[in-house]
Design a protein around this ligand. Structure first.
Ligand code: PLP
Length: 374
């Protein structure tokens, strides 16, 4: 999949597979021999390894990242009648998970530089019904969680829990702290994520023993003991084959995130002097893991077409803010409610970014972008 000469894929998962192929073969063989497809020993081992990697007490594997958010909220007792604040510019799953938990998503705008949730706007939306605030670590850097904690504290809302949507931020840190340091965190192992499975997967990370116990029960039909059901649960388990892949990838994640950072630095060098392209920035105190490299341009559709014609894979994350989707029209936000999210959505464009992208490929992206802009 590294592509014919001259083309640069948007993402190349083949490079990652080549690095772990032998380990995955061996691990899959082990699982097939034991026929331990659900809750095999690799699941527990992965949970322990990923908790340690993130600096957390507990990691609970689940079926996908959307479930991870939902189960985390439910384990905190959040549901019908409750409000959960989240940014308008995120992948739709953040809002879906809140809705599935039975709560009402309350949207806020983001800051124009980093496109992360704006804590001052969160302060304005806190009510007596607010039970959680979700910081989304969009594109690979951690949202200003300590400031979210501060606005919640200053408002005297001690019933409000902080959550982290860390689907795009495995390995990211803020002030030296890993994901889940400010509240219960949910992450996704969708194949294209920084830590991706060979199918769907997700996890909840927490330091709270009770949240750990409840998420473990809810993911498995609400039972701690087989066929005895204490709470209403769901079927949302991480399967053993995925855990094998995730263990192999986790052992290399630090290195792969470093390669992403080097690629981001190289884009900054190649594109820094190019008028008409706004480059992404890293918020102070953050170590970014560059899940996505999102630039902003005018006449985006023309620029994308020109890049594609030049054999460069590009994408948009995300073309439509949550409140502008028909699926969430019921929330009742008019156009113009979130000016930053709305004005950047038509200008953002994600460039190829993956561990294994070569300097030559990035140079081809840069020269195609240069040609497209001029
Ligand atoms: C990928 C993603 C999710 C959902 O993860 P799935 O595993 O696809 O359910 C949630 N939030 C964000 C920000 C994501 O990027």
């Amino acid at each position: 999949m590294t592509g014919a000469t001259g083309t640069v894929p948007f993402v190349d998962l083949g490079w990652q597979h080549a690095e772990i192929a032998a380990e995955v073969d061996e691990g899959f063989g082990r699982v097939l021999d034991a026929t331990a497809f659900i809750d095999g020993p690799d699941v527990g081992a992965f949970e322990e390894e990923f908790a340690r990697f993130s600096g957390r007490q507990h990691c609970i594997g689940v079926a996908n990242g959307t479930d991870a958010i939902e189960l985390g909220l439910r384990a905190h007792g959040i549901g019908r009648g409750d409000e959960v604040i989240l940014p308008a510019n995120t992948f739709i799953a953040t809002a879906e998970a809140v809705d599935r938990a039975g709560a009402t998503p309350v949207l806020v705008d983001c800051d124009p530089r980093h496109l992360l949730v704006d804590p001052d706007l969160v302060a304005e939306r806190l009510t007596d019904r607010t039970r959680a605030v979700v910081g989304v670590h969009l594109y690979g850097q951690i949202a200003p969680m300590e400031r979210l904690a501060e606005v919640v504290r200053n408002a005297g809302h001690d019933r409000v829990a902080l959550f982290e949507d860390a689907a795009q931020a495995q390995g990211a840190t803020r002030n030296g702290l890993g994901i889940g340091s400010w509240g219960t965190a949910a992450t996704s192992f969708y194949p294209g994520k920084n830590l991706g499975a060979y199918g769907d997967g997700g996890a909840v990370l927490t330091d709270d023993d009770e949240v750990d116990r409840l998420v473990r029960a809810i993911r498995n039909h609400g039972s701690a003991r087989r066929y005895y059901h204490d709470v209403k649960g769901v079927n949302s388990r991480l399967d053993t084959l995925q855990a094998v892949v995730l263990r192999a990838k986790l052992a290399r994640l630090e290195k792969w995130n470093t390669l992403r950072r080097e690629a981001a630095d190289r884009y900054a060098e190649l594109l820094g002097d190019l008028d008409g392209v706004e480059l992404p920035g890293t918020m102070e105190h953050n170590v970014h893991v560059w899940h996505l490299y999102v630039v902003r341009v005018d006449r985006r559709e023309d620029v994308m077409e020109s890049l594609r014609d030049a054999g460069v894979g590009v994408a948009i994350h995300y073309p439509v803010p949550v409140h502008r989707h028909p699926a969430f029209a019921e929330l009742g936000y008019a156009e113009g409610s979130f000016p930053v999210a709305e004005s950047t959505a038509p200008r953002i464009m994600s460039l190829p970014m993956f561990p294994g992208i070569t300097a030559g490929q990035q140079e081809r992206v840069a020269s195609a972008l240069r040609a497209a802009i001029s």
